[in-house]
Write a protein that binds this ligand. Structure first.
Ligand code: G3I
Length: 385
């Protein structure tokens, strides 16, 4: 049924030259419609399920602008809203902040009717040293918490009514033994638990400050590797405790995965598990590397068999996402926990952080569009069901 309506809409779009359609050149990995066929819009295909987002840099608006408008309904700043970009200098006056890159992204999104996710307020990376430095040595717990409060308040006030949700705390959980990322400068400064609620104080305070700065924003905890194993249990306990305090609205499963793992049912289980807490769930940083974790070999091109594997896994994941989506009466505003958004960490293989991680300078092809912005097999597996 869906396939028939898809075919009909392709023909219709071809006839009317709908503005959200692009013409495809050829793509040697594509297994969908022929070269020069009309490329449907991801956002339009998923409009009854959830917003489709992409992470962008301010310069992407020039290099990928029309393409982004055609394909996605939500943007997130890949780096431009992080502390080191937005608040590079000590102080709380206007000269300490630099909103230019973030504002460019927000203005572009609003002009094109897109949502904006906020990423991220409290993270152990990309936070300037001055935040943890006092006049003579290390800053005190009180100084650090006051800087955090002031930062969150200024940023959420600046973007109030424009950014609909925030990754308030990012990656606070340990990958190995123990629960918390104890080497984080935030944990070192204010990772104690003075009120005995089992959560490091800096995490609770970050959510309290965000709630008070913008009561209309939906507040998320965001992390990688929380779809399975011990880290899922740690994240579940943290989100449960924050939910009981009324401080959290959602959890972001980042989704930096590969074409080999995790399998789609593992992801379904994690979505259901978090949703059972009554919070919304989003996939916030989706990309599927073509390399296995731990493999440091390099490919010179995306092999057809890998492109097919990538398409199969993307297809299986999006089947799960559709099944678990917040549709109709289950929309997040109804209070039912469900999947409420899927954001890719980039949009096309010409710009991906995986070209410099975990092997610097190694090419990867983790997204739905190739380096020339043409759809890959994976794209068709996602829009064609
Ligand atoms: O801004 C400087 C620029 O001034 C300098 O000339 C250039 C030279 O290398 O570096 C620029 O900074 C880079 C920054 O991205 C902005 O482009 C950093 O070196 C680089 O390390 C940084 O990488 C970002 C990374 O977070 C930092 O940890 C990636 O672009 C970004 O995709 C990545 O995103 C994170 C999410 O926020 C959280 N989850 C994991 C995800 C992937 O690591």
């Amino acid at each position: 049924m869906r396939a028939v309506s898809f075919a009909v809409s392709i023909i219709f779009m071809f006839l009317i030259e709908a503005p959200w359609c692009l013409h495809s050149q050829s793509d040697n990995t594509a297994s969908g419609p022929s070269p020069e066929a009309v490329v449907p819009s991801l956002a339009a295909a998923y409009e009854h399920y959830f917003p489709i987002g992409a992470a962008v840099e301010p310069q992407s608006l020039n290099t990928q602008g029309d393409f982004l408008v055609a394909q996605v309904s939500s943007l997130v700043a890949e780096n431009a809203m992080k502390w080191d970009h937005i608040h590079p200098r000590r102080g709380n006056d206007v000269s300490s902040y630099n909103f230019s890159g973030a504002d460019a992204i927000v203005d572009f999104a609003r002009q094109n009717g897109m949502l904006i996710r906020g990423h991220t307020l409290v993270w152990h990376n990309q936070v300037p040293f001055w935040v943890f430095r006092g006049d003579s040595g290390t800053a005190t717990r009180a100084e650090v918490l006051e800087r955090m409060r002031e930062h969150i308040s200024t940023v959420l006030t600046h973007f109030r009514g424009k950014v609909y949700c925030w990754d308030v705390v990012n990656e606070a959980l340990s990958d190995g033994g123990g629960t918390w990322r104890v080497e984080s400068p935030w944990f070192k400064a204010a990772g104690d638990d003075e009120n005995g609620d089992g959560i490091p104080d800096y995490i609770v305070k970050a959510f309290e400050y965000a709630r008070s700065a913008d009561p209309t924003a939906r507040l998320f905890y965001n992390d990688y590797g929380i779809e399975a194993g011990e880290k899922l249990e740690k994240a579940y306990s943290l989100v449960k405790a924050l939910k009981e305090k009324g401080l959290i609205d959602g959890v972001g499963i980042q989704g930096h995965w590969s074409i080999y793992s995790p399998d789609a049912e593992t992801v379904r289980n994690a979505i259901k598990r978090f949703a059972s807490l009554g919070v919304e769930v989003q996939i916030t940083e989706l990309d599927l590397s073509v390399y296995r974790w731990g493999d440091s070999s390099s490919l010179t091109a995306l092999q057809p068999n890998l492109a097919s594997q990538q398409a199969a896994r993307y297809g299986a994941l999006f089947k799960v996402f559709r099944d678990e989506a917040a549709v109709g009466g289950d929309a997040p505003s109804s209070g039912h926990g469900k999947l409420s958004g899927v954001t890719f960490w980039g949009i096309a293989d010409d710009h991906t952080w995986l070209d410099s991680f975990p092997v610097t300078g190694r090419k990867d092809w983790p997204l739905l569009f190739d380096v020339d912005h043409h759809p890959k097999s994976a794209f068709w597996a996602v829009v064609h069901w």
